[in-house]
Design a protein. Structure first.
Length: 255
């Protein structure tokens, strides 16, 4: 299994204990993956990282892309997590993708979203203890955020797709939710496959025929239980996933 951690380009180096990224949680991160030795949509991931970094005034080093590409070229089928700190440090961690977790069923619970007025939800920051503890307390893999109107927004590590009446539905991106790279590719895949899609409000009470979470490391994972309500995957999601994988194969040159 491939595995490694680089700090400021040095494998096995340490992070200063007084870095505000550690002491105050002032850090941003991005997780991407490779197919074969090709990073999938690296440009989109770097753009999202730069936007998050700008929001909390974290510098983005110019050598970052080269370091990512070097690690990708030396290792097949890995995920790469890049973290940038307010102290000006960068941490690049990588590990082989666990193929068994791709598309694995997940259980979720809904929670009311409590927006922070000082930091939009589109910022991928490292202060995630509350979400992790909420999922643990509820005995699920992830929590799904719901607004006061009862509409689903996103999950704490994923975007949400549903199938209602044969139509794929996903919440709109309003600048307050994470701009999911995989979500964007899935929407492109749906268009290429001729699958019906509606982007807009997704009530928690909707009669889901199929329900999914999407992310870099899940691709499209069926939600088998939400608040004790059984759902799962189905034929529409299977067609969407096949179309997504066709895009990956085309862009990354893998079978």
């Amino acid at each position: 299994m491939a595995r490694g951690i680089f700090v400021n380009g040095v494998e096995g180096a340490g992070l200063p204990a007084d870095d505000p990224g550690f002491t105050l949680g002032l850090n941003v991160f991005e997780t991407l993956r490779t197919y074969g030795r090709s990073p999938f949509r690296l440009g989109a991931h770097l753009a999202r990282l730069a936007a998050s970094a700008s929001a909390i005034e974290v510098p983005v080093p110019g050598e970052l892309e080269g370091e990512i590409r070097a690690v990708a070229a030396a290792n097949r089928d890995i995920w790469i997590r890049v973290a940038l700190t307010a102290g000006g440090n960068r941490v690049l961690q990588f590990e082989s993708v666990d193929q068994a977790k791709i598309g694995a069923p997940v259980r979720v619970a809904s929670v009311q979203m409590a927006p922070t007025p000082w930091l939009p939800g589109s910022v991928k920051h490292g202060s995630r203890a509350g979400w992790v503890l909420a999922a643990k307390a509820l005995g699920v893999e992830e929590v799904v955020f719901v607004d006061p109107a009862g509409d689903i927004l996103e999950a704490n590590r994923s975007n949400v797709f549903a199938v209602v009446g044969g139509v794929i539905r996903t919440p709109a991106n309003d600048g307050e939710k994470l701009e999911g790279v995989t979500r964007g590719a899935l929407l492109e895949a749906a268009a290429e496959a001729g699958l019906a899609v509606e982007v807009g409000p997704l009530p928690l009470s909707a009669p889901f025929g199929e329900l999914y979470l999407s992310s870099t490391l899940k691709q499209l994972a069926p939600v088998v239980d939400i608040d004790g309500r059984e759902v799962g995957g189905g034929p529409v999601g299977a067609a969407l996933l096949a179309a997504f994988r066709a895009i990956v194969a085309r862009e990354c040159g893998v079978a």
